[in-house]
Design a protein around this ligand. Structure first.
Ligand code: SF4
Length: 300
């Protein structure tokens, strides 16, 4: 029998994998393989699944990722139109500019949807894994944006300050540095002593605190007035735990995924759940708990 589901108040974050690819090949990408064969990908089925999740948790967060959400603005618009204004919407993108999608197209799209998009998370890495559009486009975006930078393996530490300075110049910038999440374990999630990235950032920024939950954490820094966070998260998003009050063992979900085919999954990998497909009738009866993300340390 399936264990009952539990999640945070408001519901799990729903991450939607758009049914079209990006033009990059980042070495840490775990999604690229899925885009190699697009058989069964369906915009229509994704939209149906967005409607299902909206009905169950009408105030959850939606994240659009890929692939590349901005590679097909017409399809992205169709999906966004299925997400009512009760949700926060985040878009993970490289902000690609091409002959078919110009800067003007991206600006017109973001302007049209600015009341719906809470933040655009723009991938920019110290090693040039992704084709980058002009930084000036960031300054023109009519919605909040954040730079996401994976500090992968032996990243060039001498490039950290120039990288940070590059974005500090752009009004509204903040940076989220990320550990390669495929290498995160419950043991190293909160370990700062042996974490090279924490040591490197401690030399550059002023540490202001740590927040976190069972699944992820963030080391916060101030760099001459710009906010930076070093984010670590586990490579799966379900935790199995017995509630000491009711003695029931729950599958505690942090992220739900709408895959490119429209299938809904309860986790990123099968590390915890043998069958990752979401039991939708069971999720309609999900038990809510307060979100366990909290400040663990704050430094004035
Ligand atoms: S841009 Fe994103 S989806 Fe594309 S290869 Fe890099 S990590 Fe993967």
């Amino acid at each position: 029998m399936h264990r009952p589901y539990k999640t945070r108040a408001g519901g799990c974050t729903v991450t939607v994998f758009v049914p079209y690819d990006c033009n990059n090949n980042c070495p840490f990408c775990v999604n690229k393989g899925e885009y190699a064969d697009m058989t069964g990908f369906s915009l229509e089925k994704i939209c149906e699944s967005i409607e299902v999740m909206d009905k169950i948790t009408p105030a959850c967060d939606f994240v659009f990722t890929g692939g590349e959400p901005f590679a097909n603005l017409d399809s992205l618009q169709i999906m966004l139109d299925k997400v009512p204004y009760t949700h926060h919407v985040y878009i993970n993108t490289t902000l690609p500019v091409s002959k078919t999608t110009t800067e003007e197209d991206i600006l017109a799209f973001t302007e049209k949807n600015k009341d719906k998009i809470s933040c655009i998370n723009v991938s920019r890495h110290m090693q040039h894994y992704v084709v980058e559009s002009n930084d000036e486009l960031l300054a023109k975006l009519p919605v909040p944006f954040r730079i996401n930078c994976v500090l992968y393996q032996d990243y060039p530490v001498e490039g950290l300050i120039p990288f940070i300075e590059r974005f500090k110049k752009i009004p509204g910038s903040n940076i989220q540095f990320r550990f390669d999440y495929t290498a995160t374990t419950p043991e190293n999630l909160y370990d700062s002593e042996h974490d090279k990235i924490v040591h490197d950032l401690n030399k550059i920024g002023r540490y202001t605190g740590l927040d976190g939950c069972r699944m992820r954490c963030g080391f916060h820094y101030d760099y001459h007035g710009m906010e930076m966070v070093y984010h670590k998260t586990l490579p799966y998003s379900c935790i199995v735990e017995e509630d000491p009050k009711d003695r029931i063992t729950y599958n505690i979900l942090y992220d739900i995924l709408i895959k490119q085919t429209g299938e809904i999954h309860a986790d990123w990998s099968d590390a915890v759940l043998k069958d990752v497909r979401l039991d939708i009738p069971a999720y309609r009866h999900v038990v809510f708990e307060p979100y366990d993300l909290h400040w663990i340390e704050k430094v004035e």
